[in-house]
Design a protein around this ligand. Sequence first.
Ligand SMILES: Cc1cc2nc3c(=O)[nH]c(=O)nc-3n(C[C@H](O)[C@H](O)[C@H](O)COP(=O)(O)OP(=O)(O)OC[C@H]3O[C@@H](n4cnc5c(N)ncnc54)[C@H](O)[C@@H]3O)c2cc1C
Length: 350
Amino acid sequence: MNVVPDLKHDFPLRELNTFGIAASAKAYVRIRSVEDLQVVRADSTLSAMPRLVLGGGSNLLLTRDFDGLVLHMTGTGMAITGEDEQYRYVTAQAGEPWHGFVQWTLAQGCPGLENLSLIPGTVGAAPIQNIGAYGSELAEFLYAVEVFDFITGQSLTLSAADCRFGYRDSIFKHELKGRAVICAVRFRLPKEWQPNLRYAELAAELGVEPVAERSAQDRPAPTPRQISDAVVAIRRRKLPDPAVTGNAGSFFKNPVVSAAKRDALLAEHPALVSYLQSDGSYKLAAGWLIDQCGWKGKSLGAAGVHERQALVLVNRGGATGAEVLALARRIAEDVQQRFGVVLEPEPVLA
Ligand SMILES: Cc1cc2nc3c(=O)[nH]c(=O)nc-3n(C[C@H](O)[C@H](O)[C@H](O)COP(=O)(O)OP(=O)(O)OC[C@H]3O[C@@H](n4cnc5c(N)ncnc54)[C@H](O)[C@@H]3O)c2cc1C
């Protein structure tokens, strides 16, 4: 009989979540391969437990001790796996750190992911919420996802269409929640690379016009490396480093509202920050809404709102998950009361 590798009981998770919440897992195992998952699934005690798949713990709020089994995805490896006329195909294992993977693709001469530089976490978690930043989203480059279905024990490959990506959303948050373990991700990176400078702040950092079509007078287009460096520089300036101050990045999704709702809000609040979406709806800047409610820099117990980024909740030292959750609820209530807009948490609550 196969033995479950490195099985631990009452395992501390504080070092494994970027909020730095001191919670523990009833059982914990490191997963390096599909074979490890098969061994765990064959164990009747472990397979009957509630499961939490863990990557870098950077999009997770542990609200209490986890009374179940943590499957910590630690398998690494990345390779260029093929090419055709238009694309290069690259595969990375789930436990590979995301930023290191992006840097590796650039070093291999396979650009495309540079706008997503320095997002914390692992490759395997990236499809869960279709990570996005600086005008780019994972879904634009994802080719397929290799998944282990913990319920059936089958390995399967999902195409990008199968993943049903949306804004911070995918099938892994719905039908496949709790059963799909992502083991590897395959990417499709365009050979004819174009800089993505749609995001005005990024273009400004690079000293170029924030448009896709560039005029002849423009300076030469920035290179993928320059774009990655600019994204890194902006992120370092704007976001608290989880190694110093516990946080999980944006705590709330930017709410999407109808044009009628946005117009009504704009009439009352002329400074409202909103972005038109392709379907005619509007995305509101959640950080602006929170800031207007006076929460920036405030605290509730040891949980707080970052001084510069109202969207980022922080652990000011020794915060419990329950404290962070209580703060998030108070903020969401205030925003709902003042603007009639519902804020949804972005991190997974466990
Ligand atoms: C400072 C900071 C900045 C951030 N900036 C951004 C940003 O710009 N854009 C953005 O989109 N996100 C951002 N995030 C959020 C986070 O980095 C991403 O969501 C990231 O993809 C989470 O990866 P992780 O490995 O840490 O996932 P975890 O936190 O470990 O897990 C998150 C969820 O994914 C599930 N999961 C993890 N791995 C797997 C797997 N292999 N198979 C199945 N399920 C899995 C978990 O069960 C959990 O539900 C930021 C976070 C921080 C702390």
